[in-house]
Design a protein around this ligand. Structure first.
Ligand code: TXA
Ligand code: MG
Length: 316
């Protein structure tokens, strides 16, 4: 059920239910952080292993201070600059945070989302919301209420329109005075480095706990997906398959072997590409193609984030 009724969503949350909420990145599957049974429902609804911790969504800096044991100066600087926004900070947790949320780690992931409806919901609640993306484990992330409803027809979903950024938040952790990138996201490395100087790239770290969202296969459609700088080169090996190509900003070369040509961002902007990426994958999957070939983007700025998601979607 999709609703615009914030009070109704609030009532479900207070009863320990899981609900869908919009954010500027992707939709989340949310529950009360102080209700361990509700938290357990998030994991079971998603089919997510409970070794993979959740992000806590807050309404204010005051609320954050109760949830963390420490707030390093660079984290403060980044929070001031980018919150509310698509940045998740990994910080030492306070006693208030249940081990069910952090998968027994001593740190907690926190962000203040930038979506007016969800900020309004958080304002009315006495508790922050734990929320992973509202997709079954490893499937395409949802950027519209309808995507969430198609995955989970039985949960109430707060309508918030199409997500503005369209890819998940950037995740950062802190190591002494160093800032480390754990997941590429809607705020680019370039924007972060302009604020705090060079940061460490730990996105390909071997430790699952250190490098979230890195499980190799992730964000995937049900059909086969490949990513290439030259989508048409890949066609030579394909026979008897219904093929859809997801081009960056134009159909570079047309081919009669291609059933669907979908353009990600006619303007050629990375922001538009990010905003449309998951929706394009949902549409191509629904169209019944056997194979999606995606044109790789230039690898800088948000192009890097989009390539990261597409590579994981393509992983076997
Ligand atoms: O944009 C987003 O971040 C969305 C919206 C709903 O806020 N949420 C999201 O959540 O992408 P999820 O659960 O799909 O991805 C969160 C990632 C996970 O890969 C998890 O491993 C990591 O954050 N994470 C959570 N707590 C952590 C911690 N204490 N240390 C390291 N990684 C952590
Ligand atoms: Mg996710």
């Amino acid at each position: 059920m999709i609703t615009t009724d914030i009070q109704l969503i609030k009532a479900h949350l207070e009863q320990g239910e899981v609900v869908g909420i919009p954010t500027e990145t992707v939709y989340g599957l949310a529950a009360n952080i102080y209700d361990d049974q509700a938290i357990a429902k998030i994991f079971s609804t998603k089919g997510r292993p409970n070794t993979n911790p959740l992000i806590v969504h807050v309404k204010s800096m005051e609320q954050v201070r109760t949830l963390v044991a420490e707030f390093p100066p660079k984290a403060e600087l980044l929070a001031k600059r980018f919150w509310p926004g698509a940045m998740t900070l990994i910080l030492p947790k306070s006693e208030l945070i249940s081990p069910a949320i952090t998968s027994n780690q001593s740190t907690v992931a926190i962000r203040m989302p930038k979506h007016s409806t969800t900020l309004e919901l958080l304002e009315t609640l006495d508790f922050p919301l734990a929320a992973p993306s509202a997709n079954p484990y490893n499937r395409i992330s949802p950027t519209r209420a309808e995507h969430v409803e198609a995955y989970f027809p039985n949960i109430p979903i707060l309508e918030g329109g199409a997500c503005e950024a369209g890819v998940e938040s950037t995740i950062l952790s802190f190591d002494g005075d160093e800032v480390a990138l754990l997941r590429h996201g809607a705020i680019s490395i370039e924007e972060i480095e302009a604020e705090v100087g060079r940061i460490l790239d730990r996105t390909s770290s071997e430790s699952v706990h250190l490098a979230p969202g890195r499980s190799k296969k992730h964000y995937s459609p049900l059909c086969e997906l490949i990513i290439s700088y030259e989508p048409l080169f890949m066609l030579s090996a394909v026979q008897d398959k219904k093929v859809g190509i997801l081009w960056f900003n134009e159909v570079k070369i047309a081919s009669s072997k291609v059933a669907i040509n979908h353009i990600l961002a006619p303007s050629g902007s990375f922001k538009e590409a990010a905003a449309n990426m998951y929706d394009a994958l949902h549409q191509l999957e629904k169209s019944g193609v056997d194979l999606i070939i995606v044109e790789r983007l230039p690898n800088y700025n948000l192009g890097r984030t989009i390539n990261d998601r597409l590579e994981r979607a393509a992983a076997k």
